[in-house]
Ligand binder design. Structure first.
Ligand code: AMP
Length: 171
């Protein structure tokens, strides 16, 4: 899927010096590229092994609901603090650039449900590992992770030990 790289815009020093930001808005506005991504994100796991698809705010929301719809599954949002209206479970995690907290509704995942976690970029793996913790706190099981982009040099995959990790484009 390396041809998708020509649709991904690279922005040096954003949001701060030293970060090379991979902008997927240029990929999403290309119909063929976007369709390939939605199809590709589903190929790492068998649909029979997934009960529900989870997306991480904000850029995970660009992909996860469409993947869920396409797989015939429901969608669960994981959001930034104080956005979800019902009782939540929360987790703090380290980013490539800073710290943050994420929340999930306490009743979003049923015990034993198998959850496919979708996000745009796997960088250090802090976000994805935190979301796996949230799913497991609720008694769910991580069916796997699907990313549009993986930054191999940050070894984020090592934080997701044991889970299937599927990324479409590697840098
Ligand atoms: P991490 O927790 O370090 O794996 O960071 C993952 C999250 O940060 C993803 O949800 C991305 O949206 C964002 N992110 C981190 N690094 C980059 C980057 N170089 N380009 C675009 N997004 C990034």
């Amino acid at each position: 899927m390396d041809h998708l790289k020509q649709l991904i815009r690279e922005i040096p020093d954003w949001p701060k010096p030293g970060i090379l930001f991979y902008d997927i808005t240029t990929l999403m506005k290309d119909h063929k590229g976007f369709s390939e991504v939605i199809a590709g994100l589903q190929t790492g796991v068998s649909p029979a092994d997934v009960d529900v698809v989870l997306g991480i705010e904000a850029r995970g929301f660009f992909f996860a609901p469409t993947v869920a719809h396409s797989m015939g599954k429901g969608f669960i949002p994981v959001r930034k603090p104080k956005k979800l209206p019902w009782e939540t479970e929360s987790v703090q995690y380290a980013l490539e650039y800073g710290f943050d907290t994420l929340e999930i509704h306490k009743d979003a995942v049923q015990p034993g449900q198998r959850v496919l976690i979708v996000d745009d970029v796997l960088a250090t793996g802090g976000t994805a590992a935190a979301v796996a913790q949230l799913v497991e706190k609720l008694g769910g099981k991580v069916a796997g992770f699907a990313f549009v982009i993986e930054l191999d040099f940050l070894s984020g995959r090592d934080k997701l030990n044991g889970y299937p990790v599927h990324s479409l484009v590697h840098y």
